[in-house]
Design a protein around this ligand. Structure first.
Ligand code: PFF
Length: 452
């Protein structure tokens, strides 16, 4: 079966789709907490530097490989290294995206359950009740699996409609909805009594806090938040036209991603400080702390509390869904192009198998014992292997490939759109990808294993 290569139909659609891939749960549960704990506005400045010197160069590299290859991530790497083994790096990107799809769908499914629970008013109660609600739900053998399958089916439904009719159309609807919800909740949060304390916690610059650990944490977060090294950026770029300015697009996508992350902080901290709760991070922040915060902060206005909770979990589900779509597309494009089958059949294979992975990951969180080993649940193993090993190793190898092995002319042509846009930053970009990014990623990797 032959495939005419699809492409995004508009610039705004392409930016929103790619930004949708980047904006995800990491923006809401990781970035705000890191900012508050690590020096507020000082951390944001450090983070911005990391985005410029690591995130954006890595993103542009994936864009170059993807657009040049005009194929799935594996094939795109293969086209640039016909005889070499670099295509294995592409394969690793596809595998990383695939494995992440399975376990990311579990947490994305929890967001759907919490949308449902908000509608039904099931999250109302004292802190013990809210804690128990989450624990009994996440360790239930059926309900979380049901929601995992549900959100994967939603992603599937979008993916089978192709790039323009599926991913682009959905992103044009979902992303603006996400922005509106975010702004409304930020407004509601800032209007609460004592909201200023939360804003101060988030934004007051404290440069004394910024040490080597904070710096390495910010580097890692810029990588994670921009969905680097999991095939998403490369796959989406394979649908970019030759007129897309890769540098400008990467700047716009990174700006949207960072803006959402900062607004997420302005949504969470003022509300949490208003009721005197110290927010943690990770799943417990969004599924245990925040329902309590909403219950307490809006206790005098139950309808407003109900609405804020509903809007918040809808926003989370949208952020998760757009990321899940981008992850799903990585494996779908790989399977249907490599096996020469239809997009629909490729998508079915990905959906069915990731539902199985997701179900096992979900069951490992308390429903059954045999899915935990080595002191970790299967879910945590997926998180650990992909996040701590595959992402940095894949990112490192991608930079080395692009910086040292891909013919310079190809890189320059893609960066400058064949000489039609400015090449002013090309030298800087090349320097970062050849020297700085590999060293920075190596430092993140070693830091994760406490070597430095
Ligand atoms: N960049 C997205 C987020 O911040 O949630 C998507 C994502 C990143 C998913 C990293 C999974 C992951 F390991």
């Amino acid at each position: 079966m032959s495939h005419g290569r699809a492409s995004f139909g508009s610039k705004i659609g392409m930016i929103l789709a790619t930004a949708g891939g980047a904006v995800g749960l990491g923006n809401v549960w990781r970035f705000p907490y890191m900012t508050g704990e690590n020096g507020g506005a000082a951390f944001i400045l450090v983070y911005l530097c990391c985005v410029f010197v690591l995130g954006i160069p890595c993103m542009i590299s994936e864009f170059i490989i993807g657009r040049h290859g005009s194929a799935n991530t594996y094939r795109a790497f293969a086209k640039l290294s016909p005889r070499g083994s670099w295509k294995l790096v592409g394969l690793m990107g596809v595998l990383t995206g695939y494995l992440i799809t399975g376990y990311y769908a579990v947490v994305s499914g929890w967001c759907l359950q919490y949308v449902y629970a908000s509608v039904m008013g099931e999250l109302k109660g004292n802190p013990d009740y809210v804690l128990h609600y989450f624990q009994s739900f996440s360790s239930n053998p059926i309900r979380p699996v049901f929601w995992t399958v549900a959100i994967l089916l939603l992603a599937h439904f979008i993916i089978i409609h192709g790039i323009r009719g599926g991913i682009e159309k959905a992103s044009k609807l979902l992303m603006p909805t996400l922005f509106i919800l975010l702004l409304v909740i930020v407004g509601a949060s800032l209007l609460l009594p004592n909201a200023g304390k939360g804003v101060e916690f988030l934004l007051k610059p404290d440069f004394g806090r910024v040490d080597r650990n904070v710096f390495l944490g910010a580097l890692g977060q810029s990588f994670y938040s921009l969905s680097i090294a999991m095939g998403c950026m490369c796959t989406y770029a394979s649908y970019y036209s030759r007129s897309v300015n890769l540098l400008n697009s990467s700047l716009q996508i990174a700006a949207i991603d960072t803006f959402v992350a900062i607004l997420a902080g302005l949504m969470i901290f003022p509300a949490a400080f208003s009721v005197g709760v110290n927010p943690g991070s990770g799943p417990s922040l969004i599924f245990i702390t925040l329902p309590n915060v909403f219950n307490q902060a809006f206790s005098g206005m139950p309808m407003v509390g109900w609405l804020v909770s509903l809007m918040f979990y809808t926003l989370l589900a949208l952020a998760a869904l757009t990321s899940l779509m981008s992850l799903h597309e990585v494996s779908t494009a790989f399977i249907y192009e490599e096996l020469h089958i239809s997009r629909k059949r490729g998508a079915v294979m990905v959906t069915v198998t990731t539902c199985i992975i997701g179900a096992f990951c979900s069951l490992s969180l308390g429903a059954v014992d045999f899915l935990s080993f080595g002191g970790k649940s299967l879910f945590d193993w997926f998180d650990f292997v992909t996040g701590q090993i595959f992402l940095p190793v894949g990112g490192l190898l991608t930079c080395l490939f692009l910086g040292w092995f891909v013919p310079r002319q190809i890189v320059r042509d893609e960066f400058t759109n064949w000489g039609t846009v400015s090449r002013r930053f090309f030298g800087l970009y090349l320097f970062l990808v050849r020297y700085f990014c590999p060293l920075a990623i190596l430092a993140i990797l070693l830091h994760q294993f406490s070597v430095i």
